[in-house]
Design a protein around this ligand. Structure first.
Ligand code: CA
Ligand code: CA
Length: 297
């Protein structure tokens, strides 16, 4: 099986980026990734202000998926995530929702072994491995840093992007230009202190191109639900976008008028927060697979 190495990387999603790897429609392959600091923090002596931020938030790729054309949907199935033996969490002034209370930056190295992240000798956390950045080239003319989430995916920091999930992304350029990175050993909804347990590792992916499942924004599918994601400057704006996508899906799939789809949204769907710490906020509407007509996109 193909293994895509952790370099070269991109720091911005842009339709002009030349693809550096090629995979087939339907291919399964591994991608190796550094952590979001490009490996600059290996021990607790290195603090967030000490590192070169120009090489933070890298993504491995772009990867050309053969046959993908503008208007198609790329399905990125996460088959497995393997983590390195340690992760890192920094605090730094201004970072995260309570960053104003941090006076001195510090770094915590968190060993990962036996299925746990060892936060301390007495606090061990079950691993919840997830992919922070999963995106494709945006529409031509856009140039978006890998730290910023959007309709093209990228830094969605969504804990549902985990082994067993499928991420559907709108294709804007031939070959799609997939790039991934930013693995977290653990992260809760919100990414509240500004980081997950940032960990190098590798991801096993399967890429499939669909011509008949159009999406405007990222959609995640798990065994139990579909999640409609949206990123915007405020949570309220993101909620509105994600709800509009979910209602449109319910209308189409169940042949409902708007008021009924809107009622169904309210009766069975949940709004969930992915992250509140990036330049744009990301939310998701969870739509349970209650009916065979809404068990896939
Ligand atoms: Ca991230
Ligand atoms: Ca991260």
């Amino acid at each position: 099986m193909k293994v895509i190495p952790k370099e070269p990387v991109i720091f911005r999603f842009n339709a002009e980026n030349p693809c550096v790897h090629t995979v087939e429609d339907g291919e399964t392959f591994w991608v190796e990734t550094d952590d979001c600091y490009s490996g600059q923090i290996r021990d607790a002596s290195v603090r967030r202000p000490d590192i070169d931020i120009s090489i933070m938030d890298c993504s491995v790729g772009p990867i050309e998926v053969k046959g993908a054309r503008p208007g198609d949907t790329l399905c990125v199935e996460i088959l497995a995530i393997q983590l390195a033996s340690q992760g890192v969490m920094v605090t730094s002034r201004g970072l995260g929702v309570l960053g104003d209370r941090i006076t001195e930056p510090d770094t915590k190295i968190i060993p990962i072994k036996d299925g746990f992240a060892w936060f301390s000798d007495t606090i061990r956390l079950p691993l919840t491995p997830m992919v922070g950045v999963c995106g494709v080239a945006p529409r031509p003319g856009l140039d978006i840093h890998c730290a910023v989430p959007g309709d093209h995916g990228s830094n969605l920091d969504t804990k549902m992007i985990k082994a067993g999930s499928k991420v559907y992304l709108p294709v804007s350029v031939p070959g799609a230009g997939l790039a991934v990175g930013d693995l977290h050993a653990c992260m809760g909804d919100g990414e509240l202190s500004g980081t997950g347990i940032e960990t190098p590792g590798r991801i096993c992916l399967k890429t499939t191109v669909y011509r008949d499942r159009p999406v405007a924004r990222p959609v995640i599918e798990t065994g139990e639900a579909l999640y409609f994601l949206a990123s915007a400057e405020t949570l309220e704006a993101a909620v509105k976008l994600a709800c509009a996508d979910a209602v449109e899906f319910l209308q189409k799939k169940l042949e409902l008028n708007f008021p009924d789809a809107y009622r169904l949204l309210s009766a069975v769907c949940d709004i969930q927060i992915s992250q509140v710490v990036n330049d744009l906020r990301t939310v998701r509407v969870r739509c349970p697979k209650l009916n065979t007509k809404i068990d896939t996109l």
